[in-house]
Design a protein around this ligand. Structure first.
Ligand SMILES: Cc1ncc(COP(=O)(O)O)c(C=O)c1O
Length: 407
């Protein structure tokens, strides 16, 4: 096995593919990973390629526009005010955030409309966010999946004199947060939201994160169709009970990028801006689309491996979103001018070290590599800042503004 096809074990060619075709597909993929020599910066650092970033952002916005859907991209992917503003400039109507403290960073930056897509079950979780929402006149929507959640949101809304739109979170298959569409409690929670002081019913929201386990594009399309059918069916029932359903919101990069967009109102993809080894493995992007990589340095070598200065505190230990992933922790290529054509797999990590099986083709000590992570959202969240690399080679550093906003 050559170093090149070792790395391709994470994305095998189909069993029906002839060896010649498989070899040329592998070559194509390796070519797509090539990037200019990395900037001289202390390693390890995150590099975001501005051209690819812009292309990814524009492509998703264009998909949403063509389908008549509103974009509320999830900023947990980049946690960057600058990148959120680029998404708005392209046509996004607002953003989605994970937690109140993450949302607060973007409220203070003047983002006009925010969905906090996280189940809040105690009122005090909103005590810092709501005064800022009030001061900035931000439109705030969030989710509830329980009566306790509705009570907490209502208490907070009344306490701070803020009106909050609340979606019912519908579990369409991930099995994480939400009520099943056929659960009678779903209707009861919607009625409770509509009647609660300080709240209004915003509609239905789902996240088909289980799409990360899809095995092919038909599978992916089936997940998207099932998700849309589940929430449109529930919306029809609510309308039959005279409950207005203002918005149906779905969103996961695999279903938004790798399947036809469904007839809903709003999408909230996050990962699409950077993409990563997981998206590549799913077949929803090409190697040339990967906008984020980690530049690291070879700091040691032994008989079997070379060791790089990027371990789990740099890359994260994610094998992929929602713990669904392929082999290894990243795709490794040379990052110096004149680096050869080798491609390796980041096989395992300790906190500050990454183990790369050399496969008989080691890299010199001190040379640099570029690692395309399995899960770019989890990788950039380990950094205070990232390097944005422009086409002409100019680089600038941008802060990861909402880093470690976990409350
Ligand atoms: C509620 C919700 N919406 C949207 C997203 C965006 O998903 P992705 O990063 O796959 O696009 C996530 C990701 O975890 C999520 O939890």
């Amino acid at each position: 096995m050559t170093p090149s096809n070792m790395s391709l074990a994470a994305a095998p060619a189909s069993a029906n593919t002839s060896p010649d075709i498989a070899a040329s597909q592998a070559q194509l993929k390796i070519e797509g990973l090539r990037r200019p020599a990395a900037a001289e910066w202390p390693t390890p650092y995150v590099e975001v390629d501005e051209t690819r970033l812009a292309r990814n952002m524009q492509a998703m916005q264009a998909r949403a526009d063509a389908a008549g859907l509103v974009m509320f991209p999830h900023v947990k992917t980049h946690k960057s005010i600058d990148l959120a503003k680029r998404q708005l400039a392209l046509g996004a109507r607002g953003i989605t955030a994970s937690k109140p403290s993450e949302a607060l960073v973007f409220v203070q930056a003047g983002i006009p409309s925010i969905i906090v897509a996280y189940p809040i079950v105690n009122a005090s979780s909103l005590d810092r966010l709501l005064p800022a929402v009030k001061a900035h006149g931000t439109q705030l929507r969030t989710i509830a999946a329980s009566e306790m959640g509705v009570d907490a949101l209502s208490t907070a809304a009344v306490r701070h004199g803020v009106d909050i739109g609340v979606f019912l979170k519908v579990d369409v298959g991930l099995g994480r947060v939400g009520l099943k569409p056929n659960d009678p409690a779903a209707i009861a929670v919607c009625q409770k939201i509509a009647a609660a002081p300080g709240l209004h019913f915003a509609g239905l929201l789902s996240h088909a994160g289980h799409s990360y386990a899809a095995t092919d594009s038909e599978n992916l399309a089936a997940v998207a169709r099932t998700e849309a059918a589940a929430i449109t069916g529930l919306a029809a029932m609510l309308k039959g009970l005279s409950i207005d359903v203002p918005c149906l919101s779905v969103g996961a990069t695999p279903t938004c990028l790798g399947a036809p967009l469904q007839a809903v109102d709003c999408i909230r993809p996050g990962n699409y801006v950077f993409l990563d080894g997981t998206a590549l493995r799913l077949g929803i992007c090409s190697a040339d689309d990967l906008a984020l990589s980690v530049v690291a340095r070879v700091v040691a070598a032994n008989d079997t491996h070379f060791i790089i200065d990027a371990g789990s505190k740099t890359m994260s230990s994610d094998r992929g979103a929602h713990g669904m992933g392929g082999n290894g922790f990243g795709i490794v290529i040379g990052a110096d001018a004149g680096s050869g054509a080798g491609v390796w797999t980041l096989e395992r990590m300790s906190e500050e070290h990454g183990f790369v099986p050399a496969g008989g083709r080691t890299l010199p000590l001190g040379s640099r590599v570029r690692v395309f992570p399995n899960h770019s959202c989890a990788t950039i969240a380990n950094f205070d800042s990232f390097v944005l690399r422009r086409d002409e080679g100019e680089v600038l550093t941008l802060p990861v503004n909402a880093r470690s906003c976990q409350t």
